[in-house]
Design a protein around this ligand. Structure first.
Ligand SMILES: C[C@](O)(C(=O)O)[C@H](CC(=O)O)C(=O)O
Ligand SMILES: [Mg+2]
Length: 299
């Protein structure tokens, strides 16, 4: 009932232990707190909180328009609704290295298990679009250094994302990944890898956990969990997929409403009222009421 029982510190400690196991952890992207509960109910390992989804949810493109306050606020609403660890997309860290430091502390306070900071120039754009630019190595490393120094919980995961593959190629991505690890990154998110061999090449170059981004309609093919595990990935995200599925269903549902004049034909595709109530533990709230109202005060 209400929020997760597990504290952010415990979520982080358990997340670190799970990462250390070497298993591939599966983090679908939640587009709201309710979908985070669904991800947990379906047995996944964690929840990803996507910048692209947060922007799209506000009707905005993913070009760095959202603020730290907006992202931290939404991430907190999502993270506290699940016992799973949640990691958040912190884009470029919302400014200069000092802003990156503040972003890390805000995300810690919001109950996240970790975040990623990328090496794109401000304003950033979706990692799977053309025309991206990345900052020089010195600036990229300063962001990570600032992030690592700012955290107060050593288990809070600082992941460095590099977008350099689509700009300067795989060798540059490998060099940058190594430098980011030397600067203190706990994990690396090599963005827009072209194929499985590229993931494997990065795996061979660094020994920290690696994240694979299985976003649809982008630059990477969609690999299975098994394929990614076989090349040594440790985390996989499907950042926007649940939003795309929900919006696709909504689009088709509205068309049906226009054509048929009712949603009757769509009932089978809907989350049933009883499933919703189970997901939000409606029953638990009824018991709470009962226990409060049956409570008698001794005189
Ligand atoms: C992972 C990502 O940063 C996100 O915001 O979810 C995006 C996803 C997308 O736009 O498909 C990305 O840049 O890959
Ligand atoms: Mg993003």
């Amino acid at each position: 009932m209400l929020y997760a029982q597990k504290t952010p510190a415990d979520k982080r400690a358990d997340f670190r232990a799970a990462l250390a196991s070497g298993e591939l952890l599966r983090f679908p992207g939640a587009f709201n707190p309710l979908s985070a509960r669904l991800i947990e109910q379906k047995g996944f390992d964690g929840v990803y909180i996507s910048g692209a989804v947060l922007s799209a949810d506000l009707g905005l493109p993913d070009i760095g328009l959202t603020t730290l306050t907006e992202v931290a606020g939404r991430a907190k609403q999502i993270a506290r609704m699940t016992e799973l660890p949640a990691i958040v997309d912190a884009d470029t860290g919302f400014g200069e290295p000092m802003n990156v430091a503040r972003s890390v502390q805000e995300m810690e306070d919001a109950g996240l298990a970790g975040l990623h900071i990328e090496d794109q120039v401000n304003p950033k754009r979706c990692g799977h679009l053309d025309g991206k630019q990345v900052v020089d190595q010195g600036t990229a490393l300063q962001r990570i250094r600032a992030a690592v120094d700012a955290r107060r919980d050593p288990n809070f995961l600082i992941m460095a994302r590099t977008d350099i593959r689509a700009v300067d190629g795989l060798d540059a991505a490998i060099d940058r990944a190594k430098a980011l690890v030397d600067a203190g990154a706990d994990a690396i998110f090599p963005e827009a890898m072209a194929d499985l061999d590229e993931f494997a090449a990065v795996r061979g170059a660094v020994d920290v956990p690696l994240l694979a981004n299985m976003t649809e309609f982008g630059k990477s093919d969609l690999f299975t969990v098994q394929q990614l595990a076989d090349v040594g990935m440790n985390l996989v995200i499907w950042p926007v997929s649940l939003l795309r599925l929900a919006m696709g269903a909504a689009m088709r549902g509205l068309d049906e409403l226009t054509d048929a004049g009712s949603f009757t034909g769509k009932l089978g595709e809907m989350q049933h009222r009883s499933e919703l109530y189970e997901l939000i533990d409606y029953e638990g709230y009824n018991h709470f009421d009962t226990s409060i109202f049956n409570f008698t005060v001794a005189r």
